[in-house]
Design a protein around this ligand. Structure first.
Ligand SMILES: [Zn+2]
Length: 437
């Protein structure tokens, strides 16, 4: 902008000097001033203001920031009052988050508008230009659909890294999609996959990573496993992955309520403990040792029926999953759910602790079937909720083009065999699929 201005000004001086045509010069300059390049951000033309950008620092308050920018106290109080339904200025500002002040383009540099960004996507506008109004808005988000393929040499992370693909794709496939079908710690050399996924961008420029996997194909020990993402309950936002025959890829229950833990004590009705004089002390749960603060996950979808602190259980949560199954999680340091709350499989419901009767930090996981505590490892656990008959028709119709798309993605090695196709056709294929705000 500055350069452009300078160039035009130099032109003008040149014309002025060379031709002495004063009228021409004035017109040129007026043209430049009247049509400034618009810089739109947060819905404002930044050219109209002195723009001050900073981050919230320790000790900063909304009042102090405004005061530093020449807004007086009665007005600050008014602004805070009027804005409070949209945004709690007193409690909402977090250290390190960016904010922007739009100030008057004069010697006063009076603040006219305060824009705060609690995260990359959202921004809060408190405009006090004349009347005071406040609102929250979102930056436009773009999803870009991409495809990738890979052949396993030793492990999935390495294969993804070689191609410059996000490790999040590995987590998605290993933990979300195929956690119950394929053991990713035991992949075979030559196992291979194709995946259709979306990358997320904010404002078209900020890459925020892999957003979702739309469909995947994994060949493990020469056996194909298809997975298609499908929204089964829009009101609860439940998304599941099903195979080409509409079978749910998930089991109803996770194997453990904590990640990366070891079982320190199994369900054992004949347990005897030395400190109790080797008396029979049945253990009706499975203990997973983990450090204090480790997140505890609901092992299945359900509704919280208990969340309290009581006796030997300490802080515990109990969840009813259906008419048959309930699960219970003991000795938490913190409970993060309330009675009546609906939780999804994998949701964090509390943190590992050592409240109640316990010798060390762990979660005692109790698995109830028809009102009795049983050993979950001896149960033939049910498949996750199957697709309903009415949805099944919709699902099969939905996946038809996706499956075709997946089948038409070729593996690099196959392309080499079929010399007709140049190498680049199998590289990542970017497709702009949706824009929203
Ligand atoms: Zn236990």
């Amino acid at each position: 902008m500055g350069n452009k201005y300078l160039v035009l000004l130099l032109c003008a001086i040149c014309i002025f000097g060379c031709k002495n045509d004063e009228k021409q010069v004035v017109e040129d300059l007026v043209e430049v001033i009247e049509e400034p390049e618009e810089i739109l951000e947060f819905g404002f033309n930044l050219e109209n203001y002195i723009v001050k950008r900073d981050t919230i620092r320790k000790g900063d308050s909304f009042g102090e920031i405004l005061e530093r920018n020449n807004v007086g106290y009665p007005k600050i109080f008014n602004i805070a009052e009027k804005a409070k339904d949209t945004f709690d200025i007193r409690r909402g500002l977090q250290i390190g988050k960016p904010y922007t002040l739009l100030c008057s383009k004069d010697s006063l540099e009076l603040a006219k508008c305060f824009i705060y960004q609690p995260n990359l996507e959202e921004y809060v506008v408190i405009n006090f230009h004349d009347s005071i109004h406040a609102y929250t808005s979102r930056k436009p988000i773009t999803f870009v659909e991409k495809t990738a393929t890979g052949v396993i040499n030793s492990n999935i992370s390495e294969t993804l890294e070689e191609q410059g693909l996000s490790p999040r794709l590995a987590y998605k496939m290993a933990d979300d999609i195929y956690a119950w079908t394929i053991d990713f710690r035991r992949l075979q050399k030559g196992d291979r996959f194709k995946v259709i996924y979306t990358d997320k961008y904010i404002d078209d420029t900020i890459y925020t990573g892999v957003h979702d996997v739309k469909a995947a194909y994994f060949e493990h020990n020469k056996e194909p496993f298809y997975a298609f993402r499908f929204l089964t309950d829009s009101s609860k936002g439940i998304v599941d992955y099903f195979n080409e025959e509409a079978k749910n890829l998930r089991r109803a229950f996770l194997k453990a309520p904590v990640k990366f833990s070891r079982i320190s004590s199994r369900y054992n009705l004949k347990r005897r403990i030395a400190v109790y004089g080797f008396k029979l002390r049945p253990h009706r749960g499975t203990d997973f040792a983990a450090s204090i603060g480790t997140p505890i996950m609901a092992t299945a979808n359900g509704t919280v029926t208990k969340s309290e602190r009581r006796g030997g259980n300490g802080n515990y949560v109990k969840i009813r999953h259906n008419a048959t199954y309930e699960t219970q999680y003991l000795h938490m340091s913190r409970r993060l759910v309330k009675v009546g709350q609906f939780v999804k499989q994998g949701d964090i419901i509390g943190k590992v602790g050592m409240t109640g009767n316990t010798g060390g930090p762990h979660v005692c996981y109790r698995f109830w079937k028809n009102g009795k505590e049983v050993d979950p490892f001896k149960q033939k656990l049910p498949e996750a909720k199957p697709i309903s008959d009415s949805l099944k028709i919709e699902y099969l119709k939905f996946i038809e083009p996706v499956k075709t798309q997946l089948d038409n993605i070729h593996f690099l090695e196959d392309v080499f065999e079929d010399q007709n196709q140049p190498e680049h056709t199998i590289k990542q294929n970017d497709n702009l699929i949706s824009l929203n705000n």
